[in-house]
Design a protein around this ligand. Structure first.
Ligand SMILES: Cc1ncc(COP(=O)(O)O)c(C=O)c1O
Length: 433
């Protein structure tokens, strides 16, 4: 390690002041209200440390990351294989030039085509999930020459242009971005979806397991019926696996066997983000069937570009990540850990029926639904105070979403379950007072 210091360059208090002054004041105030006015420092594997404890009853110095930032840290913090790969790659690569052709965009495009559900062979690159979602919606509109878009109530696809329009009113009203071409229907309700897919609808966009919406599990047959309804009307089907893809469910894709083993649905577009970064270098991808390419790029191959999206270095790192995460042994590990984790969470729920209403999930993506929003939020704080970072779902605040890194080990799962169990009994004790 070199002698330059990157962590704890100033005391936590001063950093919080700088954050409030120069980045986002209301956020610092909100976190202070929760007793979470701390800054992450050293990080490794499934854990990170905070710079300083603020109070005895607050978060401990060392925290287990059961958020994984929605899948960014699928491989944990600073995965040693990825770190070594980045160091090696930096002897050779930089961003590259998005206007010209690229070895690593070609190699990663090929790798994705090999892993995608059959027939999805082309990829356009971006930096963030929202950017890749915007790309899928733009391309759907170009291909169909229609404007309509149907998404799920409570679904979340990003804060950028078209992505934001697919979201709940809370995210867009402040920006005066209501738009009647963008409609929302309840997730899992196929009749509502069929009614919404009219002749003017360019695309349907769904997360396979809506995360911000409360880790919702669609009934078996839902996605097959959506596929059929899209085919009937010539509407594009966009699947967002920014959180649920890349092995999170124990299968590589959630849509293609990860939700229901016998249901292998092939969308027209598959969007990835977060975990494509390996927690190190941002990259997002919008992959699609080849017939779409002509409608978008034939007249002008530069019609959709992104300067830092699909950088040489980012693509090389993502290629290595895919090697790791698509390995059948890796997926088997996720399945095994997922079973253990689900069992532990269900046992906690059985012990606390007055608190917990439902536990649902797949692989290492779990939602724990509480009876009220307040209980959900307090359960989050109790968990954090036991050293487990997790959060309530932004569009369903009675539900905690729990996503440990996919590299989590058996003893670590046992430790997490023990801590969550303790957090819930502490919570119950306080509730009874
Ligand atoms: C399912 C899903 N899609 C898209 C996005 C947007 O990704 P980004 O924040 O990288 O734009 C998110 C972000 O949380 C997400 O959870």
């Amino acid at each position: 390690m070199g002698d330059k210091k990157f962590i704890g360059t100033l005391p936590q208090k001063e950093l919080l002041k700088l954050y409030a002054k120069h980045v986002n004041g209301p956020k610092v105030k909100l976190f202070k209200g929760f007793g979470l006015n701390v800054i992450p420092g050293e990080r490794e594997g499934i854990k990170f440390k905070i710079l300083e404890r603020v109070k005895e009853s607050g978060p401990p110095l060392e925290i287990i990351n059961c958020r994984s930032s929605g899948g960014v840290f699928n491989l944990g913090h600073r995965n040693p294989r990825i770190i070594q790969y980045v160091k090696d790659a930096l002897d050779w690569l930089d961003l590259g030039d998005h206007m010209i052709l690229s070895e690593w965009r070609a190699l990663l495009g090929k790798k994705l085509a090999e892993l995608m559900p059959p027939g999805i062979t082309k990829t356009t690159f971006g930096v963030s999930g929202g950017e890749a979602i915007d790309c899928a919606i733009k391309f759907s509109r170009a291909y169909t020459k229609r404007k309509g878009c149907v998404s799920a109530i409570g679904g979340y696809h990003g804060h950028t242009g078209f992505a934001m329009l697919t979201g709940d009113p809370d995210f867009k009203e402040n920006f005066l971005w209501g738009n009647s071409d963008f409609r929302q229907v309840p997730f899992g309700d196929i009749d509502a979806m069929k009614r919404a897919i009219t002749e003017d609808v360019a695309c349907v966009i769904l997360e396979t397991i809506p995360a911000t919406g409360g880790v919702l599990i669609a009934p078996e047959g839902y996605f097959a019926a959506v596929r059929e309804a899209c085919d009937d009307k010539g509407t594009m089907m966009i699947i967002d696996e920014v959180q649920a893809g890349l092995g999170r469910t124990g299968e590589f894709w959630a849509i293609y066997g990860g939700m229901y083993p016998n249901e292998k649905i092939v969308p027209d577009f598959m969007v990835l983000g977060k975990g494509m970064s390996s927690g190190i270098y941002p990259l997002s991808t919008c992959s699609y069937k080849p017939f779409i390419e002509k409608a978008v790029f034939k007249e002008d191959p530069f019609i959709h570009i992104s300067t830092t999206g699909g950088s040489d270095i980012g693509c090389a790192i993502a290629h290595e990540m895919l090697e790791i995460q698509s390995d059948p042994k890796f997926l088997e590990h996720v399945k095994e850990m997922g079973k253990l984790f689900g069992k532990g969470l269900n046992e906690i729920a059985d012990k606390n029926p007055d608190l917990i209403k439902d536990v649902r999930g797949r692989g290492l993506m779990w939602g724990v639904e509480y009876h009220t929003e307040t209980d959900g939020q307090l359960a989050m704080l109790h968990s954090i105070n036991e050293g487990i970072l997790l959060n309530y779902c932004g569009n369903k605040k009675d539900t905690l979403i729990i996503m440990p890194p996919l590299i989590v080990k058996k003893e670590e799962i046992e430790d997490i379950i023990e801590r969550l169990d303790r957090a819930m009994s502490n919570f119950m004790k306080l509730k009874k007072k």
